[in-house]
Design a protein around this ligand. Sequence first.
Ligand SMILES: C[S@@+](CC[C@H](N)C(=O)[O-])C[C@H]1O[C@@H](n2cnc3c(N)ncnc32)[C@H](O)[C@@H]1O
Length: 331
Amino acid sequence: MLNIDMPKGKRFVDAAIAAMVMTLLIKRIGVQALAEGYFPSANNIDDNELDMLLKYAALITPMLEYTSTNGYRLAGELQDKHSLFNLEKFLGAYGPVLAAAIIDDCIPAPNTIDDARLASAFSLLAEGRLTWLANALADLPTQDVLEIGCGSAPVLRELAKRSAVCSGWAVDSSENMVKLARHMVRCQGLENQISVHQCSIDDVLSGLHKSILSAKVVVLRGVLNSFCSPTPHAMIPVLQELASRFPNSYIVVSDYYSCLETSSDPDFLPSMTQDIVQLLSGQGIPPSDESLWDSLYREAGLLLCKRVINSTVPGIRQFVDILKTSPVIHS
Ligand SMILES: C[S@@+](CC[C@H](N)C(=O)[O-])C[C@H]1O[C@@H](n2cnc3c(N)ncnc32)[C@H](O)[C@@H]1O
């Protein structure tokens, strides 16, 4: 929680302005450069103005520090990859959307999220391994796996590293994410196992790439949470289409349980921050518990085969659900 002296009011104003200044610095300079203390000149701020912004931010927040040897740079405790990821994602990629929500006094559409910055955030964690999720999928076929909204393709890359017979397609609507996924696949020598395509979920469902329709496992990690506006019921048509396009396949949904509507436990602030940016970027807030997700699956005609919940990231409950199309009951 921010240490704000509310009765004096002024401290609150300082904190709010400081947050905006930090957002501007991160947007203009980028977290990597801010972490290194190297500010390329092409950042649309006059050198003198930049110096004043840095000085103010360093005085008022613990996020920036100044030393005579290194100048201004992100504080040491923010230099780890997870902190840089959070700053780049929430301030770099979502910051402008949140600002637009204030300036235009309305909630912007999800496609206004800065996807180049989102890809840059995801690149920071791209080398991490998704062990818990791959373990949960251990009994599924490993050939013809389709990862939709793949980002850096963490699921397919982990499966492909584990088994040389694993193969599949990683697809994302964002050109920047596709570049990142291709880069990671190449770096890990997985080109023979994974092909990467720029393609939206609608393209997949419309059969744009015929071969993709033969996928035996369809993975959506962190994707359905953007189909929750005005309510999570908005994801039902997507699930129904997936069920009808991939009738004999496993549909794997991995996401997080929201907290903002149901909890005020400060331990879950990381989820609440994710929820609030989801809300203010027009994506809506995903279901808060297992039973609500189950009811959406049922309405979409999908049966839950297996669920694993992972709480190793503090303040966020992630899960993976393995689903199958419900058998048709003949009367
Ligand atoms: C939160 S990121 C998750 C990335 C990746 N699945 C992971 O787990 O690291 C959501 C991804 O879904 C992609 N996405 C969003 N809407 C999409 C759509 N309609 N079709 C395809 N990809 C989409 C975004 O470009 C982004 O890469």
